[in-house]
Design a protein around this ligand. Structure first.
Ligand code: FES
Length: 935
């Protein structure tokens, strides 16, 4: 590549010069205002040229198939997918990437609007979104919402629910209000833009695939095309001879301890399969070499002999009918069961006035984060460093150490920016392979999953088969609840035990069940992909059941569906199904009361619309949820540290990985108020296991509550240290300046000069630490105890339109009321609600992962910009006494009630209950037919 001052490029015919020897051509084009010259094959993807030849990694690659739009750039001003644009096509033309956006004021305003509106969560779609929006704004300076949605329709976002992005584009051309600034002690509760947001808007953020040592080898896993098979591997040396660029081929024999898993007692998954595969997509070999070789070497050229076997299917396994178990040590196919039982269920149902029952089926759901797994590993002396996208650096560290049989001190995990996780990046993926390869070869090794590989090989949401029944008295008081749920946990344990234990606790929904509960669950082993953690750990599936039952009981009693829920809403002082009595912060009733006017107005409008005959029917549904924050009946501590540097700046050493949800910002806000310092005094160290303490994994909606409390304690600890140094009172105001801290109180002002103070290993002159582990107890044999220290509560209303002839469902509007304890950053909370609702719409209406059939973002549909409706958020702040400034969590609660609300709305619209999701047009029509709504 060469780089020179901008000149007007000549026409395409003048700008391509062939090289017959290597197929390379010299292609000249204008890139972000400068003329560049690239020698490469003319058919090379522009995205590869930008990222690998020119080092412009701001253009992201999410699918290499034109489905996700992450690689959107502008070509002569119009948006195109760089992955589908061959280099030869840009000869003599103008290419603009995210790195060039700051060259003109209009696009700088767009970037600032994205920042202000919280339009970038994980940020991996943001470059593509910005380029698509820049294309629109260049043509239509003041677009309307529909024009914005159309323009962004080719770029997928899995985090935001698109609402903030659309708002940012709409406001990009409007006058800008000043940015918010904070004084010390005033950050909690403010809508601060992300403290780490700007690199996401300029292309500077580094995700797993964006950086690696220049001499890194590439690794590709060879994966099973069969759901179940035995296999043998022949002479690999012959393959090496045929492919000189192949440096090594790793098999199971190369892995010191070939087992991993998230459960300490259930390390059942091999990094490379040992003679048999248990799901389609399981890795059997790892090819290491130069990039061209490992990508072009066909699997057919490898000496693998397969003996396919009959796979164990979910239905047969749960019925006990599959003869040959997936794991010999579990002949009944049951990985683990969960149980919550209290009261006399039979007597309760016998005495009740009304009963209802339901059977629910759900499908595999793919996380579909826009960033496929990526990272690199390198050996540094007697240590291994793994730099990759992850939600759980310390869990990764433990497993990598075990796999390599190294002491844990010999492993360093450095999380990159994470382009979405949602639970899918809690489990190891490529880390064992690159770590083993780098350790054995003594060279850096990198790996970037393809989209089909990511979808085939990583965990999914558990498909569920749930039956449930409930009963109530004539006053509408919920008396009894019974649920039996089987969850397809796939070939390996992953988070199956968590789902099996969490679901029975939540089975009844957020209601006080007066007399008796029986909730049983099982995680069933099959030859499907491992099911793991996905936003809710099985609770959204269970919510479909309890919310259908609430509607049915209300209808049988002639009660309004919202008022029935309000009557039974769990309140402080009432026991849950596990016998736990919530002392405070149980805000469901407040959520429902906040929704009541919206509910009445929307139901009346829908009923009025339905007075006109026709195939289009309107419906309004409500659904509630609760969600235990943190691990179920397990210790899940977080430790945090904050330090004061000699220059007067503060550093937060934050091991809680921000996967887009905004925890970096929330942690700084909490810490700032605890110390009494402005947010802009803080620098951030995120996730590096050599530099931060173990804050636990980013899952179970725990970081704001658990790590947030640890950060508050750390901030208070540092504040105390400063005040002691200055002999100042606890209510003193702190002022941070260049190399000084000043305490001001009634006794006057005292100044601490920082330069002469001794520094610790991190270079801090003073520091504070905090640790918090939410108080829980183990559950007894009947599931009685205190599984969580606190719970999030919510209620959502869905308004839908159903075409009863076509079976299609459109979500028209959502109103979401969430009790979050305290909204540390209301903008981030709303962003989580928007994103959770978008994923809930996908679960309810369109998402179904089928191994071998939907392993790409063309066949596997996730909501686009046009699928997510207007969302109104209502934040209820029923303070949690244990939480930082009263905060709880919202990541998973945002999704849990959405599918149930949509299904209840379909029922209101049509009179038919759909219980198999996704509610595709075929399933909706089948339900309408079966229940006599249509012929
Ligand atoms: Fe859009 Fe994460 S912010 S995919």
């Amino acid at each position: 590549m060469t780089d020179s001052a901008p000149t007007a490029p000549a026409g395409p015919a003048d700008q391509t010069h062939g090289d017959q020897t290597h197929g390379d051509q010299t292609v000249v084009f204008q890139l972000n205002g400068r003329v560049v010259e690239v020698r490469a094959p003319a058919i090379r993807r522009l995205s590869d040229v930008l990222r690998l030849e020119l080092g412009l990694t701001g253009t992201k690659v999410g699918c290499n198939a034109g489905d996700c739009g992450a690689c959107t750039v502008r070509l002569d001003g119009r948006q195109v997918c760089a992955c589908l644009t061959p280099l030869g096509r840009v000869a003599g033309r103008r290419v603009e990437t995210v790195e060039g956006l700051s060259r003109d004021e209009a696009t700088r305003r767009l970037q600032r609007a994205f920042h202000r509106f919280g339009a970038a969560q994980c940020g991996v779609c943001t470059p593509g979104m910005l380029m698509a929006a820049a294309d629109l704004l260049a043509r239509v300076p003041a677009p309307d919402r529909r024009q914005v949605e159309d323009a962004l329709g080719g770029v997928l976002c899995r985090c935001t629910g698109y609402r903030a992005i659309v708002d940012a584009v709409l406001h990009a051309a409007r006058p800008e209000p000043a940015f918010l600034v904070t004084e010390g002690g005033r950050a909690v509760g403010m809508r601060l833009p992300k403290v780490d947001g700007l690199p996401k808007l300029t292309g500077a953020e580094r995700y797993g695939a964006d950086a690696a040592p220049a001499d890194a080898l590439w690794l590709r896993a060879v994966r099973s095309p069969h759901a179940r098979a035995r296999f043998t591997v022949g002479d690999l040396a012959a393959v090496r001879r045929r492919w000189p660029g192949l440096v090594a081929v790793l098999s199971a024999a190369d892995i010191p301890f070939n087992r991993f898993g998230v459960m300490p007692h259930l390390k059942d998954q091999p990094a490379l399969a040992e003679g048999q595969v248990r799901f389609r997509g399981e890795a059997v070999l790892a090819l290491v070499g130069d990039r061209d070789t490992i990508e072009t070497l066909p699997d057919e050229d490898l000496p693998i002999v397969w003996e396919p076997r009959e796979p164990v299917e979910f239905e047969a396994a749960r019925a006990g009918g599959a003869a040959d178990p997936v794991h010999a040590e579990r002949p009944d196919h049951v990985l683990v069961g969960g149980r919550v039982v209290r009261g006399d269920l039979d007597a309760t149902f016998a005495a009740a006035a009304v009963h209802a029952d339901v059977a629910v089926r759900t499908s595999f759901v793919e996380h579909a984060y826009i960033e496929p797994e990526a990272g690199y590993a390198r050996r540094v002396g007697d240590r291994i460093e793994v730099v990759a996208c992850t939600q759980s650096p310390y869990m990764d560290l433990e497993d990598i150490a075990a796999i390599l049989k190294l002491p844990r001190e010999a492993v360093r995990v450095v999380p990159t920016a994470v382009g979405g996780g949602f639970g899918g990046k809690l489990d190891l993926s490529l880390q064992p392979l690159i770590a083993v390869a780098a350790w054995r070869l003594g060279r850096p090794v990198r790996c970037v999953y393809t989209r089909p590989e990511s979808m085939a090989s990583t965990t999914k949401r558990h498909p569920a088969a749930i039956t449930a029944r409930a009963c109530a008295d004539t006053d509408g008081r919920l008396l009894g609840y019974e649920m039996t749920g089987d969850f397809n946990t796939g070939a390996y344990a992953s988070w199956g035990p968590t789902v099996a234990n969490r679901v029975p606790v939540h089975a009844t929904g957020p209601y006080h069940v007066a007399s008796a509960v029986r909730a049983l669950s099982r995680a069933i082993l099959t030859n499907d992909p491992p099911a793991g953690a996905f936003r809710g750990f099985g609770v959204p599936q269970a919510a479909i059941a309890h919310e259908a039952l609430m509607d049915t009981l209300a209808a049988k009693l002639g009660m309004d569906a919202l008022e029935f829920r309000l009557r039974n809403a769990l309140r402080p002082g009432q026991p849950t199904a596990t016998g736990q009595v919530l002392e405070a912060s149980a805000g469901l009733a407040a959520c429902l009361e906040a929704l009541r006017p919206h509910w009445r107005q929307a139901r009346a409008a829908a009923d009025a619309a339905n007075a006109t005959p026709g195939p289009m029917r309107r419906g309004v549904g409500v659904a509630c949820m609760w969600y235990g924050i943190g691990n179920t009946s397990l210790s899940n501590p977080s430790s945090m540290r904050v330090g004061l540097k000699p220059d007067g700046r503060l550093t937060l050493y934050n091991g809680a990985v921000d996967i887009g949800q905004g925890s970096n910002t929330v942690m700084v806000q909490i810490c700032a108020d605890a110390v009494g310092a402005p947010v802009d005094r803080f620098d951030l160290v995120m996730g590096d296991t050599d530099r931060t303490a173990d804050a636990g994994k980013t899952s179970a909606s725990r970081q704001t509550f658990v790590s947030g409390k640890a950060v508050e304690l750390a901030g208070l600890d540092l504040r105390g240290a400063i005040l002691r140094r200055l002999n100042a009172g606890g209510d003193a105001r702190l002022e941070f300046g260049e190399g000084i801290v000043r305490a001001v109180d009634a006794a006057g002002a005292r100044t601490l000069i920082l330069a002469g103070l001794p520094r610790d290993a991190a270079g801090d002159v003073l520091s504070g630490t905090g640790r918090f582990d939410p108080p829980t107890t183990a559950l007894d044999a009947d599931g009685q105890g205190i599984p969580y220290a606190t719970y999030g509560f919510a209620a959502q209303i869905a308004e839908v339109a159903v075409d009863v002839e076509l079976g299609t469902v459109s979500v028209l509007r959502m109103v979401a009321a969430h009790d979050v304890g305290k909204a540390v950053n209301p903008q981030q909370v709303e962003g989580q609600i928007h994103g959770g609702i978008a994923q809930g719409i996908g679960l309810a209406l369109m998402e179904e992962y089928v191994p071998g059939r939907t392993e790409n973002l063309h066949d596997y549909l996730i909501p686009t910009c046009g699928d997510v409706p207007d969302i109104e958020c209502i934040l209820i702040e029923d303070a949690e006494p244990l939480g930082p400034y009263g905060a709880k969590g919202v990541g998973e609660p945002a999704l849990v009630p959405t599918p149930a609300a949509i299904l209840n709305a379909i029922h209101h619209a049509t009179g038919a209950r759909v219980t198999h999701v996704p509610a595709t047009p075929e399933r909706v029509r089948a339900a309408l037919k079966a229940q006599g709504v249509i012929q």
